[in-house]
Write a protein of this length. Sequence first.
Length: 396
Amino acid sequence: MSNRFQLISKGDSLIIKGVAVLLMLWHHLFGDPTRWPENAKIVWTFPWEWFKGSDPVAAGHSRTGLMTFVNHPETIYFDVFTAFQCSMTVSLFMLVTGFGLGGTKEWRPHWLAWDVFKRARVFYRIYLPSMVLALLCIFLFPPAYHAVGGEVKDWSLSFCWHNVLYPLNPGGFNGEWWYARTFILSLLYVYPICALLNALGRWGQWGIASLTVWILYLVFSKAPVPGFMEEVAADGTMAYWGIFGLGFLLRILQDEGKLEFMRKVVSVDHRFAWLKVMVIVVASCLLWWRIANPFIQATIPLAVGSVMLTKLVRLEGVMMLLGKYSGLMWLNHSFLCYFFLKDQIYGLRYAPLCMLALVVLSLGLAWVTAKLTDWVCLGCMYVWRKVFPPKAKAQG
């Protein structure tokens, strides 16, 4: 059995996805009070603290009083912590995706085209059933329209239609599923480029590193990029390509045995493990907080620190389960907390209870969607074999 060091194992990648989807659920549930029900008051204390005599109204925040908004409270702007949640969530997913694809040794264009098609097919196998279920619910239960930043917008429909079905259009920001298009574009464009560069050997790897650093520092620093590039950079799609390239490059370095020095850093088998994990996680947050361009500094420490912390508290099973269904949870949670069960979820008032309810409901719906998809696929295969039975092989 090989003793080669793995910076991110298959189980670790599921844990990172679980952490990422929890960040995104919290971000969408509490990050923008303009999407809350009109009379929602969220209590930012645990339920048992209220019985000690604390005033839940004083401890709570109304629909417009949660955060300090920029310029005008009625406009959708996120505070620093909310922006951190959103950016780091997508960054963690893109890092894991790039790391997984970085093990590709094949570079022939026709093989890469087929590999991209297979991986995109797996993604749309997740996306399309989610969209169909959402549309069925919307037609059965007509959606309510909500004023957002002075604009009347139907959030239940907006996350269904835009971006993902048009992967060749990298510009524009519409809908709740923009991150999904980010994944598809990375798969269509960045993955083949990185694989072809990797086939060139050392010079190609320098090319991947240069491209990654250019995207991370130029785009994320909001440097002026003219024309088409400016639109893509503002949308955020191209910016996360740098994280994908970073993960791809880390996988190459790991396979070449150049990350062995990290073995002791990520180990949780000694008595100072808790202190080490706290230092890594806090350092990643401080790096993001103090540096204008956060991602290359904070993404890796947060990913590694999250895995180590999960192992220390013995929650690998839970986080891996969330990671397994993270794609479906990301697709369905906005539908739950913005439309279908909006009043019920926010009606729980206590922030931890609201979050717990959304996690359980989103995970349950993801499991049901996955099972329904499997059954539909099996049914289609059964019908196909009945209509077009396989020919028996000739004997002798």
